[in-house]
Write a protein that binds this ligand. Structure first.
Ligand SMILES: NC(=O)c1ccc[n+]([C@@H]2O[C@H](COP(=O)([O-])OP(=O)(O)OC[C@H]3O[C@@H](n4cnc5c(N)ncnc54)[C@H](OP(=O)(O)O)[C@@H]3O)[C@@H](O)[C@H]2O)c1
Length: 325
């Protein structure tokens, strides 16, 4: 099969289309003929040599795909050849074929273009488990999502708005802020021209937000504490501004805050299955009903993976970038 290989991993990595061995599904796995492969920020890190796949996973880039079931491994019961699916995978997505644990697959509703279903798995699994499992988000609580125009952000805003939460978000341009409001954010804050702590204070009558989903880190760690409400929960999924900060922890004591952080990729299949099952009941019906839509900045041919990475690195995009084999 044709798949992307990383040449010269490091700051000047190159992505090239090459003939590579087609994977075979092991017990509990599905072979997917890929229709779309979603790009994730972590793919850029992997190209630079910083984010290796977990042991046993494909070293081909790509952590989410959509497509049709081409073959079934032993003991797979709930799927059949030809089914339209999308899947969270630990690697191997930038290819004509990929294997996925059946436990991390979702059937794609007929209302959704199969290629665009690749926009969902990584974001929905990540957003769900961080907001609901880690931060224990309760009905009608207020949420601040940093990076609202990211692949993660556009899905978080829609999921939260569809479930009745007041969502605030940050983004780096007025155009991105406008897009976030169109997706359901109550207020989008251009972090380059406004102070999110001051805006949250004004918008919430001084109460703050109950939960913060943060991918920025650095000085945001301290500022998040200032924007949080009493008993607030702050969950980090990345530290793009740096993993180190000098922190005054007194606001944590005073407001009884919780600070947490998680990654998804290295979790066991069983844990991913629990998240998948929650998505099936709580979120997938919203996708089928069109209340959570794929937000796709660009669909590029698989061979244009390098170009796709350049688009993401420049950060002009809103939503997801998808490769099409
Ligand atoms: N822990 C996990 O399990 C997990 C899973 C999935 C993703 N992630 C992380 O989540 C992040 C988003 O992933 P993605 O694939 O959706 O990437 P992406 O589309 O490239 O998004 C990155 C976003 O970060 C925003 N950003 C950068 N600096 C910011 C700042 N100072 N304030 C607010 N926003 C800022 C960018 O907005 P501007 O361009 O407007 O600055 C951009 O929207 C990445 O850091 C990724 O590593 C973590």
């Amino acid at each position: 099969m044709q798949a992307i290989a990383i040449e010269n991993p490091g700051p000047d990595y190159r992505l090239v289309l090459k003939e590579q061995a087609q994977p075979e599904p092991a017990a509990g796995e599905i072979l997917i003929k890929v229709a779309g492969a979603g790009l994730n920020h972590a793919d850029l890190l992997q190209g630079k040599g910083h984010y290796p796949p977990p042991p046993g996973a494909s070293d081909i880039l790509g952590m989410e795909v959509s497509g049709t079931v081409a073959a079934l491994g032993k003991d797979v019961k709930d799927f059949a050849a030809g089914d339209a699916v999308c899947a969270l995978i630990p690697g191997g997505g930038y290819a004509e074929y990929a294997v996925a644990a059946a436990a991390a697959c979702l059937k794609v509703p007929a209302s959704l273009a199969l290629v665009d279903a690749a926009a969902f798995p990584e974001a929905l699994f990540t957003v769900w488990t961080n907001l609901f499992d880690s931060a224990r988000l309760r009905p009608s609580e207020r949420v601040l999502v940093h990076g609202g125009s990211s692949g993660i952000g556009v899905n978080a805003i829609q999921m939260l708005a569809a479930r009745g939460h007041e969502v605030f978000t940050t983004a780096g341009s007025d155009e991105k802020c406008k897009a976030c409001v169109a997706l359901g954010a109550k207020r989008a804050i251009n972090y380059k021209t406004e102070d999110f702590v001051a805006v949250i204070e004004a918008e919430t009558g001084g109460k703050g937000v109950d939960v913060i989903l943060d991918m920025v880190g650095g000085d945001y760690v301290q500022r998040n504490m200032a924007a949080a409400a009493m008993w607030g929960r702050i969950v980090n999924i990345a530290y793009q501004k740096g993993p180190k900060a000098e922190i005054n922890f007194i606001p944590m004591l005073r407001k009884r805050l919780s600070l947490m952080a998680t990654t998804l990729r290295n979790r066991r299949v069983k844990e991913k299955e629990v998240i998948r099952d929650a998505l099936l009941t709580e979120v997938w019906p919203l996708v089928a009903a069109g209340k959570i839509k794929p937000v796709v900045e660009a669909r590029l041919a698989l061979g244009d993976a390098q170009k796709a990475h350049a688009i993401m690195a420049a950060s002009g995009h809103i939503g997801k970038i998808i490769l099409v084999p």
